[in-house]
Write a protein that binds this ligand. Structure first.
Ligand code: PEP
Ligand code: MN
Length: 338
């Protein structure tokens, strides 16, 4: 960290800051300019709060130089991480991985029909919620374990992997028998008890960005999983809440290159929750692949007018087919395949 002292700070004030930094374990490099004294603090400690120094008398400004996360940082693995989701499916390699399916699992017929179309179009992972984090307690809450059973069967029939949301740590042992990837939803990105338990599970986690979370906070949540032992993490940009109200959320496409710069972890994009409108899903999916996304998470439903949740943002299977064709043309332009 760099501490800039106020113009006219007394020697006593400067010494006080130096002592405080040394107590925190930092080595100090002092440089005295014509007006300001600047203190460079170097050390292994990353969990410090710059405000502790900012509030000391005589301090003008404190700048953080190193990231507050370590294992999730790009420096930890400069070559990037490839996360194996299951047999033959890896995220972060040359292939862009498409995960698709309904918002919620509703019936055997529904998930079977959609799985067939997802697989035929080239999707690799079947998505679908069995535990739904709905804004209203009166909305459909998901089928629970029965839904996972139906989803596993449909996925196996069509050679797909399964990703489904875990809302609470008590669901982990049961869900472990059905899913290949645990999804942590936007609302739970900062549920640290859940993250600590998932850190102990030898299965990949799809970690979605919270609606009001910065990229730094997303990476700190990934750090919880990694510091607890689980390095198999795929990040997901799914839109954040802004003042714009036309779309359900504002899909932060720039999060893709930012995450690739700051972290070695792959990032996929969910244009369905990111926009909330079916007609906006394909353009944003195309943009995501063009911007370097390592994968996509897309809602598809064969009868969205009667979907239990998020019908308005679900693609019809024919639209999904068309989108996959377009993505196959876009991916090679950025050195990828689908
Ligand atoms: C979902 O993927 O079904 C979902 C609920 O997404 P999010 O957590 O991003 O809202
Ligand atoms: Mn949904």
């Amino acid at each position: 960290m760099v501490v800039v002292m106020q113009e006219g700070a007394t020697e006593e004030q400067i010494q006080h800051v130096i002592n405080r930094l040394m107590d925190m374990g930092f080595d100090i490099h002092r440089s005295t300019g014509a007006r300001h004294t600047v203190l460079g603090a170097v050390g292994p400690k990353i969990d410090f709060d710059t405000r502790d120094i900012e509030v000391i008398e005589g301090v003008s400004e404190v700048l953080r130089i190193s990231a507050p996360y370590k294992l999730a940082s790009r420096t930890f693995r400069p070559e990037g991480s490839v996360i194996q989701l299951g047999e033959g499916v890896a995220v972060g390699a040359q292939k862009v991985v498409v995960m698709a399916g309904p918002c919620s699992v509703e019936s055997a017929e529904q998930i079977g029909t959609i799985a067939a179309r997802v697989a035929a179009a080239g999707g690799k992972v079947l998505r679908g919620g069995a535990f739904k984090p709905r804004s209203s307690p009166y909305s459909f809450q998901g089928m629970g374990e029965k839904g996972l059973e139906l989803m596993r069967r449909a996925a196996d029939q069509h050679g797909l992997l399964v990703v489904s949301e875990v809302m609470d740590q008590t669901q982990i042992p049961m869900m472990n028998g059905y899913v290949d990837v645990f999804q942590v939803g936007a609302r739970n990105m900062q549920n640290y008890n859940l993250l600590k338990e998932l850190a102990k599970v030898p299965k990949p986690v799809l970690l979605k960005r919270g609606i009001a979370a910065t990229i730094e906070e997303l990476l700190l949540s990934a750090e919880y999983l990694m510091s607890g032992g689980n390095y198999s993490i795929v990040l997901c940009e799914r839109g954040i809440r802004t003042f714009e109200s036309y779309t359900r959320n504002t899909l932060d496409i720039s999060a893709i290159p930012v995450v690739h710069k700051l972290s070695h972890l792959p990032i996929v994009v969910d244009p369905s929750h990111g926009t909330g409108r079916r007609d906006k899903v394909a353009p944003m999916a195309r943009a995501a692949v063009a911007a370097g996304a390592d994968g996509l998470l897309i809602e598809v439903h064969h009868d969205p007018d009667h979907a239990a949740s998020d019908g308005a943002q679900s693609l019809f299977p024919d639209q999904f087919d068309q989108l996959m064709k377009e993505l196959r043309m876009i991916a090679p332009a950025v050195g990828r395949t689908i």
